[in-house]
Write a protein that binds this ligand. Structure first.
Ligand code: ATP
Length: 576
């Protein structure tokens, strides 16, 4: 397939802010895509080259991409620099400067999707000496074969800044419509996606084998599974209503969730966002190799930063281990402990459909406990007073609270599901009317007075999963330290947009001064949820839910935007 077909779709997508319209554009397009191209096209509509877990990340430096533009168009580099100064976006620079290519440089032929894909892979995977020239030449050769509109998108893809506003769920919706004629079949695609969070594989299976094939997608060791999540309740006593019978109560640690896969003797670690984080935790890999038996397995746990005395430290301390450089130095500076709490696969057998206690028994058998890798502390009880006592002890240990888990025969591991089989109870819930929310930054207001020159407040949204949109829920201007305020422009800058992003819903009165593509997740503490005419979350009779007196707590780099608090959760907390 010719890349130009995709370029036409990008153009249409760029001109719409409506999620429904996007789905329509995409599903019409998917119908025309040949089977062998559908996986590639699915990734490219997301501006990616592979699923998130494969770590094939494009993010060419702007300077290098512009050198390719200069080479492709035979344009002097000073002219390229000047145009960038005028337009501010490398994609637009490419579009403008490559309108007329010098005849001598125009090669014959078109750029197919496959050529584009392999060219971009070559660029993403290049490293070492000579790689810079190779990247420039590869991109320039592709730029020469595309229209000026194509050059704009090609440069943006190479920079990792395509930002069409399309998310994985948008693609799944559109695939369901394109290949089955019915949006409701997305539920089947979503189930498969929870076992295999790779839109490319799902798209190709659907195109080649239909829904029947998609239904057969199962767990595969080495490929991450969407993690099972917790519900919350309004009162601790409600835990017993939701989980009748014996409750397993775990300590809840304030760290980062890790899903560990061992296959062919090799350990791979995945984060909550399905990113591979193995290189960040060489120490954890070593503990797992030494202390967990099994030819192949998938286990889950929470990795927590600990002090020299072995005391748990807050999440922010662990976040300092999120780095590509000086890893060894930080392994020594910030030691960690991995608390394992689930087993999903062992020696060729899936445990996903086994009840919780059976999974735990299997886990206990393969783990040798130690200072840096151990099992989560758990009790099993039917008595809510015992649950509360365990909760208080957990707080005394410096932990966040507890997670109550069902032990009933149906207490299976449900990938990607936030259900009543697991319920969290945290210290914030005990402080009256206070709850924390993980919200997505969709805009900012410029600071005044002491905050002149930086952002004064952020506009935050909850995720409406059903409609696959981000709905404004609060404007947050407190809780920021000077360091965080200083950091915001740099953190958010790469997601800045000159218009309201697609899939973002805001009332006119709340329109921010700066828009951001929904990417960054922050945790805020709120005093109260009310109905307000200026927000749009779970709107009813013209009034949306709004969080009053929000206070910034921290960045949640471990979450992607679709993992933020949902509008439905907001509703249930409000009703509580
Ligand atoms: P929070 O913001 O409360 O940490 P969350 O939104 O990240 O929660 P939840 O599903 O609400 O996610 O809470 C579950 C998370 O708690 C898990 O993803 C995991 O990272 C962490 N956790 C800590 N201890 C445990 C445990 N014993 N069992 C399961 N999850 C645990």
């Amino acid at each position: 397939m010719d890349f130009q077909k995709l370029v036409d779709v990008y153009e249409e997508l760029e001109n719409t802010a409506s999620g429904n319209k996007m789905r329509e554009i995409l599903s019409d397009f998917f119908k025309e895509v040949p089977e062998e191209d559908i996986a590639i096209v699915s990734y490219l509509t997301l501006g990616r080259l592979a699923s998130e877990y494969e770590s094939v990340v494009l993010g060419m430096a702007e300077k290098i991409a512009l050198k390719a533009v200069s080479l492709a168009g035979g344009v002097d580099s000073s002219k390229v620099k000047q145009t960038l100064g005028e337009m501010g976006d490398a994609g637009l620079v490419a579009e403008k400067l490559l309108k007329k290519k010098p005849i001598t440089l125009v090669p014959v032929g078109k750029l197919t999707i496959h050529d584009l894909f392999s060219g971009l892979h070559k660029i993403a995977e290049a490293s070492g000496s000579g790689s810079q020239d190779m990247k420039i030449n590869t991109l320039a050769a592709m730029l020469q074969k595309v229209s000026s509109g194509g050059a704009k998108y090609l440069v943006r893809i190479a920079l990792g800044t395509l930002r069409m506003g399309v998310g994985d769920m948008t693609v799944l919706d559109s695939l369901a419509i394109a290949f089955t004629g019915e949006k409701k079949n997305k539920a089947i695609l979503e189930r498969a996606y929870n076992f295999c969070p790779d839109v490319g594989i799902i798209a190709e299976t659907l195109a080649k084998k239909g829904l029947k094939g998609v239904k057969k997608i199962e767990v595969k060791v080495g490929r991450p599974i969407k993690m099972m999540l917790c519900q919350r309740v309004g009162k601790i006593a409600e835990i017993a209503d939701k989980i009748p019978g014996k409750i397993a109560v775990d300590e809840k640690y304030d760290g980062e969730r890790l899903q560990v896969h061992k296959v062919n003797g090799e350990i791979t670690l995945f984060s909550r966002r399905m990113e591979e984080v193995t290189l960040q935790f060489p120490d954890v890999v070593e503990y797992l190799q030494k202390q967990v038996k099994g030819k192949d397995f998938i286990v889950e746990g929470e990795v927590v930063a600990i002090s020299e005395e072995g005391k748990a430290l807050p999440f922010q301390v662990l976040m300092r281990r999120r780095r590509k450089h000086d890893v060894e130095e930080y392994v020594a500076k910030i030691p960690v402990c991995l608390f394992l709490f689930d087993l999903l696969y062992l020696n060729g057998k899936s445990y996903l459909d086994k009840p919780y206690l059976e999974r735990m028994t299997a886990l206990e058998k393969i783990v040798k406990k130690g200072e840096h890798l151990t099992l989560t502390k758990t009790i099993v009880t039917e008595d809510v007073d015992e649950v509360e006592k365990f909760f208080n002890e957990s707080l005394q240990q410096g932990y966040e609270g507890i997670i109550a888990k069902s032990t009933a025969p149906e207490s299976i591991y449900k990938p990607g599901t936030r259900g009543w089989l697991w319920i969290k109870w945290k210290k914030e819930y005990v402080q009256e009317m206070q709850d924390t929310f993980d919200l997505v930054v969709i805009g900012a207001f410029l600071g005044k007075g002491r905050r002149a020159g930086v952002y004064g407040a952020l506009l935050l949204a909850a995720y409406n999963k059903k409609e696959d949109v981000f709905e404004s829920v609060t404007k947050c201007g407190t809780g920021f330290t000077d360091a965080v305020l200083g950091e915001l422009p740099q953190r958010l800058g790469k997601y800045k947009m000159d218009r309201q992003p697609a899939r973002v819903k805001v009332k006119k009165e709340m329109a921010p001064e700066v828009w951001f593509e929904p990417q960054v997740v922050v945790e805020v503490l709120g005093a109260e949820i009310t109905r307000s005419p200026i927000h749009i979350c779970a709107v009813k009779d013209g009034k949306g839910l709004a969080i009053r007196f929000p206070r910034f707590i921290q960045f949640r780099d471990d979450k992607n935007p679709e993992q933020a608090t949902t509008s439905k959760e907001m509703e249930s907390i409000y009703e509580n």
